[in-house]
Structure formats: C-alpha cells, structure tokens
Design a protein around this ligand. Sequence first.
Ligand SMILES: Nc1nc2c(ncn2[C@@H]2O[C@H](COP(=O)(O)OP(=O)(O)OP(=O)(O)O)[C@@H](O)[C@H]2O)c(=O)[nH]1
Ligand SMILES: [Mg+2]
Length: 667
Amino acid sequence: MSAPHDTLNLGILAHVDAGKTSLTERLLFAAGVIDEIGRVDQGSTQTDTLALERRRGITIKSAVVSFGIGDLTVNLIDTPGHPDFIAEVERVLNVLDGAVLVISAVEGVQAQTRVLMRTLRRLGIPVLIFVNKIDRRGADEQRVLRDIRARLTRAIVPMGSVTGLGHRSAAFTPYGPADAGFTAGLAETLAEHDDSLLAAFVADETAVPYSGLRAGLVSQTRQGLVHPVCFGSAVTGAGVAGLTDGIRDLLPRAGAEAGGPVAGTVFKIERGPAGEKIAYVRMFSGTVRARDRLRFGTAGTGKVTAIRVFDRGPATAREQVVAGQIGKLSGLGGIQVGDSLGAGTGDGAAPAARTFFAPPTLETVVVPAQPADKGALRAALGVLAEQDPLINVRQDDVHQEILVSLYGEVQKEVIQATLADEFGLRVGFRESTTLCIERPSGSGAAAEFMSDDANPFRATAGLRIEPAAAGAGVRFQLGIEPGALPVAFQKAVEESVRETLREGLSGWPVTDCTVTLTHSGYTPPPPFGWSKWSTSAADFRHLTPLVLMTALRRAGTQVYEPIHRFSLDLPADTFGLVLPLLAQLGAVPGAPQPSGSSCLVEGDIPAARVHQLEQQLPALTRGEAVLDGAFDRYQVVAGRPPARPRSDHNPLNRKEYLLHVRRRIAG
Ligand SMILES: Nc1nc2c(ncn2[C@@H]2O[C@H](COP(=O)(O)OP(=O)(O)OP(=O)(O)O)[C@@H](O)[C@H]2O)c(=O)[nH]1
Ligand SMILES: [Mg+2]
C-alpha cells in the first residue's frame, strides 16, 4: 500500500521578516485550505500560533501545514528566520524534500540568507528562490538578481519578469518558450552541468528544443544544481500562482516505500493538553500503525497510542502514517528531537549527531526569583532541553549556579516567557557571556588497566584523542577488535567521552576531534548469576573521564572564540566616527563601499563585541545605521586564553574526581 497522493515535504526558509509566514498563509489560501488570509501583524496566521509569536510578530518555532496542488500533497514547514532560533531550522533540514528560500525584493540577500543557502547547497537540498515584497517601495528586480549571483550562487534561472515594481499593482509574468532571452539564458546555465547540452548549444544556439531545456531544468533543480527564481508578493498575492507551479513541477517528491522497514526522523516535540509528548515524525520508509511498538533513538521503545497525519489541512486522527508523510505520534514517552524511528536503531548504532549550523555562542546564568525554586528550575530546563537539544543546561558547582547556552538575547525572552507560562517559574538572567570552544592542538593517548593499583575501577580503558576538521564535532570510534567489548560497555564509554568533553582544559567544550577506544578489558560475570567482582557499565563510566583527560592534557588544546561577519550600512559622513569604534571593539572592517549618501562596510568582529557595537552605533550615526551579521567561524584567541570555571569534580584533578565518584556511589 502506498500514500494516497505523492507528497512533498517543503521547508520555507529566510532571513527574519522576509515574509515566510505571510507566504505560507497565501499558499494555504490559494489551495483552498483557509477562506481568509491571516496577518502576522494581527496575530491571526495559521503557523504563528504561540502567544509569544503573536505578541512579537515573529516566528519562534517551526510549524507544519498541509495543502494540495492537484495530485500533490505539500507538507509545508514554516521556520523562524531570527538567528536566535536557528536550531529550529537545523532539525527541519533532515526531513525536507525541497525548500523555498524567500528573499525580500527591498533588502535583498541578508546575512542569514547566506548562512541558509550555504547549508542548503551543502546538503544538496533542491531550492526554489522566491523574491518577495515586489509591491514595496524600493523593490528592485535587477539589483536582487545581481545580489543573488554575487553573494549566493550563479546557478539561478529567473523564471519571469516583473511589472509595476514597488506598487500594489506589481505583477509577475512567467517566461515561456517564445522568450528568446529566457531560453538562451536557461541553456547556458544548464550547460554548466550538462556536456551534451553544451555541445549542442555551441553548435547551434537554437537547435535545443524547449522540451529538452524544460526537462533539463526539472532534473537539475531536483538535484539541487540550479535554482529557479520566482517573484511576487505575499501581501497582494502576485506571483503566488507561479510559485505554486514551480513547487508542483520542479521540486522532487518524497520517495514512498510504504512496505519497507520502518524508518523516520523526529524533528519536533510538542506537549499535549495533559502534558504528554507528541512527536512530529517524517516517515522515510514503512508504515506505523496505532498500537505498534516502536524503537527510537539509541535505546528507547514505546507503544504508539494515537496518530495524526497532515493531509491537506490540519493533522487529523488516522490509523496509520506511511512513508513520505508527516505524522504526530502520541505515547512515546522518552522520545527526543533528532531521534530516528525504526528497526535500524536501538542496536547500539548511535545516530550520527548531524549539526549543520554553528552551536550557540553565548551562555548565561539563569536565576530563579525565588531561591527555593532552584530544583524546579533545573527540572523545567531539562524538559525544555528535551524539546530543544541545543539548549545546553550546565551546573556550575563552584558558584552553585545554573547556566544555559544561547544564540542571542531574544532567545532569553522566549525561555523566560516559556518558564513563566508553562512551569509557573519566574526567572531573571545574568548578562550573557561568550561561549568559546577548545580544539585539541595535537594528538594524545592514555590508558589505565584493571591491574594498575591506582585504578579503583574494574575496567581497562585506553583512549586516543586527535584533531578533526573544523565543524566535525566529536566523533567516537572503536580501535579494538569488534566484539571485544559488550555493546553496553562501549556505549557507557562513548556517553562518558561526550559528557567529559563538555569541559576541556580551560573549561570550554572540546569539539572537532576524534576519540578512539584503543584498549579495553573487563571481568565477565560467572557462568550462572552475578558477582560483585564482575565489571559493570558504571566502572567504564567512571574510568573513562580520567583516561580521557590525561590523553587530552597530553594533546593540549587551543581556545577559539566565535567571530561574526557583519555588514553595516551607514550615512557616508559618519564613517569617520564609526571607524575608531570598530577598531576599539577588535573588528576588522573591509574597504567602505560608497553608494549615494550612504556607505556599506563589511568585516569581521568577535561575537563578544556585537552587543556593544549595537548599543553604541545609534549615537554615532543619528540612528540611521543598519547592522546585519551572522556567525562566520571560530578563531584562535590571541594571547592568554579566557578560562571558564570548571566543575569542582573535573577529572583533571584526580583526587577530587575520585572523591566525587565515591560520594555519588555511596549516595
Ligand atoms: N509589503 C509587503 N509586506 C510583506 C510582504 N510579505 C510580508 N510582509 C510583511 O513583512 C513583515 C514580516 O512578515 P512575516 O511573514 O512575519 O515574515 P517571516 O519571514 O515569517 O518572519 P520570521 O518568521 O519572524 O522570520 C510583516 O509585517 C508582513 O506583513 C509582501 O510581500 N509585501
Ligand atoms: Mg514567520
């Protein structure tokens, strides 16, 4: 049995305020799913449903809606554009068949647009570009196209022309086979990836039939090699028909193996009215039925109690969800965002933690208004972290404080409001500090054997740590004979490695490294029963931090700080005033590019200084400066690296650590 219709799981992505949610509303209206178009500014849209989203007029969480275009069912995922909520975009990327990247016809390519497009291209996700807001004053078709070619990609195909730019009457007219300029440009762009087309085109420009060009466009768009560009307005509805055609004809459809083994990915968790977990899963293969027992994540299992499926409207109760579809599953208590579903999991093969964007670069202390609420706060943050794996919660034992990692200041407000609304907890925040990372500077190894007198645990472990490529994260691998160590023990070592690397030699998280298990040994239980002399997973969990920290100390680490790429648009006559400020904040600006009475400066600035720049710019520029920026890379901190307070039982201090373990075992 297969899905009733072909399905396309479509992400809608853009810089903040480009018009994603408004466009979503338009598409739903055009498809007849809603009779009235909601407005972001009035808090009446289908996808901005949280109280906070309606109050602020921005999207915070990704949301799914579904509509039909002919025989195609589109599940559209509206995502937030604000960089503080990039984690929401991150987890959606795993489940998309294609994406629409929205760009404002007035603002053009913005910092987040570049970050998103780079990632979409790296992942090979097919992308249509929609240039929105052609009705707004200042909209400029040619400038946006130049901007896209210069800053995103040259592999674009403008699909039509715009009339009445900057007016409510602005309209989009698709090109057809008779537009010679269009067909020539199309042939030239397609020829970049198609040698036979290139040869035919060079021999005789008019010899390639339009049907061949069209087939090439479909094929190359579906492979993510070229990106068609449509224009329109989410407010007036102009160009929405052209976009709908593009979604139907140019993007690939979900492969649907309804009979295959169950495989799916959880990309969102929601709490139901009774606080129960509801997991949004995109099915890649197989069929899940109500009352099925499922495996998920590394070791979870549970029984599905109810299923809702998105099928041309709100999710409705169904008996099953099949390959290609998005379903909401109830009943799986321990499930988490990022978990994969199905038989391929749960056998010890941990799913590769894929991260596409930079991790949070800020950290702040959360302070409960009532000191007695500390325990409740820790529990509540734990629940939030479950919905949002990038909310890293950390306990600073030295100062008895709770810290969370963050992408930005708006995210603070969201956490504050969520804790108040959902948990009845009032909290404040200390000023955010920059979150650095450590990377090993060389490779280092260490081992402790069961026979060593100094080793109090019934386990042997040897580990090697070495640097990996930037962005690789932490990779764990076995350098021992397969089968030499039971899976449960391997898992204990790996989990402990990841936990230990949350605090490196200077107290920062250690990343971009490969850790190899080089030695292992254990005492099996006697043939019948159990003995207190045999090895347990806890022995490995306790020994691993000691061995790993010794290896890390031998490898050495370097501290890196996050650097933002900024672009600053300011009145030309204020450049001289702003330059000294940039220098003082450690920014490295490029040459200013004048345009009329304003000038554009692009450059690098330590993330730690962005907030100061934002605060001081208005006074120097009559409030006219427009600052835009996004995380670009990590850079070695010059001079003495900043240190972060380590927990008091950090395994660097062997004695403290062993006392801590003993207390934990006793307690
Ligand atoms: N004139 C005009 N305004 C638009 C258009 N599309 C969106 N807007 C306005 O732009 C603002 C932002 O629109 P949203 O739809 O919330 O943008 P978004 O991309 O969803 O924003 P985030 O989800 O917060 O990133 C709102 O005030 C919209 O009314 C358009 O085509 N023309
Ligand atoms: Mg939105």
